[in-house]
Design a protein around this ligand. Structure first.
Ligand SMILES: [Zn+2]
Length: 146
């Protein structure tokens, strides 16, 4: 028996159903995929937003919005922080002067977009009381939402 294990073979001592075999295979594949996702050197920014593989993302029908959504997921936006990193902006600081213009600042804190944010909060709060679901990440207690 131990010799078979070293050769990569294990003798089956009992039978399993086809459904059980498929379920075990799916579980091994999913865990393998998750492990690769967690350990890969690429995709750091996306992994912070979508930590579990197999997470269903809903893309908008509008192409321009979909492109912006993908760029946010990839951490490659036209916001100043990303533009500064790629050399197309002189500063990573937002025009409001408060902090770096990153996606979370742009969407959640920038004073220049407070009116649009209010519309977004009202929409999301009406869908899920007390939390904002953003790229599969649930934010709670944002600016007094309870
Ligand atoms: Zn700002």
């Amino acid at each position: 028996m131990s010799e078979d294990i070293f050769k990569g073979r294990v003798l089956a001592t009992s039978c399993i159903s086809m459904n059980s075999a498929l379920q075990i295979s799916a579980e091994i594949t999913y865990n393998s995929w998750q492990r690769k996702w967690e350990c890969d050197s690429a995709g750091f920014h996306t992994r912070q937003l979508v930590s579990r593989v197999g997470t269903r993302l809903v893309f908008p029908d509008d192409r321009d919005t979909g492109v912006s959504y993908c760029r946010l997921l990839l951490g490659d936006t036209m916001l100043k922080d990303d533009s500064f990193r790629t050399g197309t902006s002189d500063s990573p600081i937002c025009d409001c002067g408060i902090e770096r213009e990153m996606a979370d600042h742009f969407l959640l804190r920038c004073s220049r977009y407070s009116e649009a944010r209010s519309v977004m909060k009202n929409y999301t709060v009406s869908r899920k009381k007390g939390a904002i679901d953003f790229f599969g990440v649930t934010f709670t207690n944002i600016d007094g939402i309870s």
